[in-house]
Design a protein around this ligand. Structure first.
Ligand code: 5RP
Length: 225
């Protein structure tokens, strides 16, 4: 990541806190852009802002604790006021590819149960059509090879994600297949086709789940509704 991209992520991440109101229950997304939101939020909490949040990954949970953001979970709260999350690709209809950090299942649950979802990103994430970024699909470890074959039959090249020479294991103890489709003209249709496959836990396609996008780039920060 270049320093410039990191700066854009910081600008977008910090801008999002302007939409947080006292008393809100928040969905805390995952990724390096959300890190900046959490950091800024920590400062506001120190000044008296009263919120609590549900983290969408163990990494986010760690950051939230570090910045003294009070946490809760779905045993305490059923509906969130606002979720703030990153993305790997965003199309003009606000369909998203997510899961680059491997947290797509918890992110999708958190965002689904929020009244409003704000996606924060640097401008490079905005694309005409999803698909250049390999689509993360979370699958059961058991039989992942046959699940991968079924995904390949849909026209993708699935690659089992690795980290530090080991298979990457999600926060839910599953594997991630990064699936090269190159082009995803109908994200909703592909999501449903993948979800029908035995062994697929969830896809990184987030369709009709975003209310607002905050993009930062060379021309400044843009809020798109
Ligand atoms: C993690 C995600 C992230 O939100 C996505 O990868 C964006 O990350 P970053 O803000 O680091 O670019 O979906 O599963």
């Amino acid at each position: 990541m270049t320093d410039q991209v990191d700066l854009y992520k910081k600008i977008a991440g910090e801008k999002a806190v302007e939409y947080i109101e006292d008393g809100m229950v928040l969905g805390l997304g995952s990724g390096s852009t959300v890190y900046w939101t959490l950091k800024k939020l920590g400062g506001l909490i120190e000044q008296g802002l009263n919120i609590k949040g549900i983290p969408s990954s163990l990494r986010t949970e760690g950051w939230a604790k570090y910045f003294n953001v009070p946490l809760t979970d779905f045993s305490d709260v059923q509906v969130l006021d606002l979720a703030i999350d990153g993305a790997d690709e965003i199309d003009p209809n606000f369909n998203l590819t997510k899961g680059g950090g491997g947290s797509l299942v918890r992110e999708k649950m958190v965002n689904f149960h929020a009244k409003k979802v704000i996606i924060i990103a640097d401008q490079s994430k905005m694309v005409d059509e999803l698909g250049k970024f390999p689509l993360p699909v979370e699958v059961l470890q058991f039989g992942w090879q046959v699940t991968a074959q079924k995904i390949a039959d849909l026209g993708a090249k699935p690659v089992l994600r690795e980290r530090d020479g080991c298979f990457f294991v999600s926060n839910n103890d599953n594997y991630i297949l990064d699936c090269e489709f190159n082009s995803i003209p109908d994200p909703e249709k592909l999501h449903h086709s993948l979800k029908q496959l035995l062994g697929v836990v969830e896809t990184g396609l987030f369709v009709n789940m975003t209310d607002m996008v905050i993009l930062a780039g060379a021309k400044g920060v843009k809020v798109i509704n």
